[in-house]
Design a protein around this ligand. Structure first.
Ligand SMILES: [Zn+2]
Length: 158
C-alpha cells in the first residue's frame, strides 16, 4: 500500500490518518469486488459488468482525495446511487450501512410491479424469474438464469 503519511498530512492537515487509511481500504475492497475473480462479491460486481472509472482505477490518491472532498468519515461506506452504473464520481456517495441497504433494495426491487433488477445481467425481470428467499420474503439476488452461472463461478468450473 503506497500511502505517504507525511504527504497526506501536508495536503489535509485537519484530517486524521485513520480516515485516510479507511478510504484506502475502501478503495482496495472496491478494486477487488470489481477485478478479483476469486473475491466473494465478484459475481455481483465485476462479474455483473460493474466497472471503476479510469481515473480511480489507475490512481488510489485521486479516489482518496475525492472521498475527503465528498463527505467521507468513519462509519460510512461508498454507495452507488444507481446500481446499474459503476464506480465514478457522478454515481457515488458515502452513506451509512443502513442507508446503503435501503438504497440497494429500492433500486433492485420494485414492489408495485413485482419486478427486480438482477445484478449480473442487469435486466429488469418479473419475480417469477427469481427463486424466493423465504426467510427475508424477497426474491433472491440473481435471476434463475444467472444463478446457474454464478454457481459455476463459485465452484470454479471456469
Ligand atoms: Zn440475471
Amino acid at each position: 500500500m503506497v500511502l505517504f503519511k507525511l504527504a497526506w498530512s501536508k495536503r489535509y492537515p485537519d484530517v486524521s490518518w485513520k480516515i485516510i487509511r479507511k478510504l484506502s481500504v475502501c478503495y482496495d475492497n472496491m478494486i477487488h469486488r470489481c477485478y478479483t475473480k476469486t473475491n466473494k462479491d465478484y459475481s455481483s460486481y465485476g462479474g455483473s459488468g460493474i466497472d471503476i472509472c479510469k481515473e480511480w482505477k489507475i490512481d488510489r490518491h485521486i479516489f482518496i482525495s475525492w472521498g475527503l472532498q465528498n463527505g467521507f468519515t468513519l462509519g460510512l461506506e461508498i454507495d452507488r446511487i444507481n446500481n446499474k452504473f459503476g464506480y465514478n464520481p457522478n454515481n457515488c456517495r458515502f452513506v451509512n450501512s443502513k442507508e446503503q441497504r435501503r438504497n440497494e433494495r429500492r433500486n433492485k426491487i420494485n414492489w408495485e410491479e413485482k419486478t427486480k433488477i438482477c445484478p449480473r445481467c442487469g435486466q429488469i425481470k418479473s419475480w417469477e424469474c427469481f427463486t424466493w428467499d423465504k426467510k427475508k420474503n424477497i426474491p433472491r439476488s440473481h435471476c434463475k438464469k444467472c444463478r446457474v452461472e454464478v454457481e459455476k463461478i463459485r465452484k470454479n468450473i471456469y
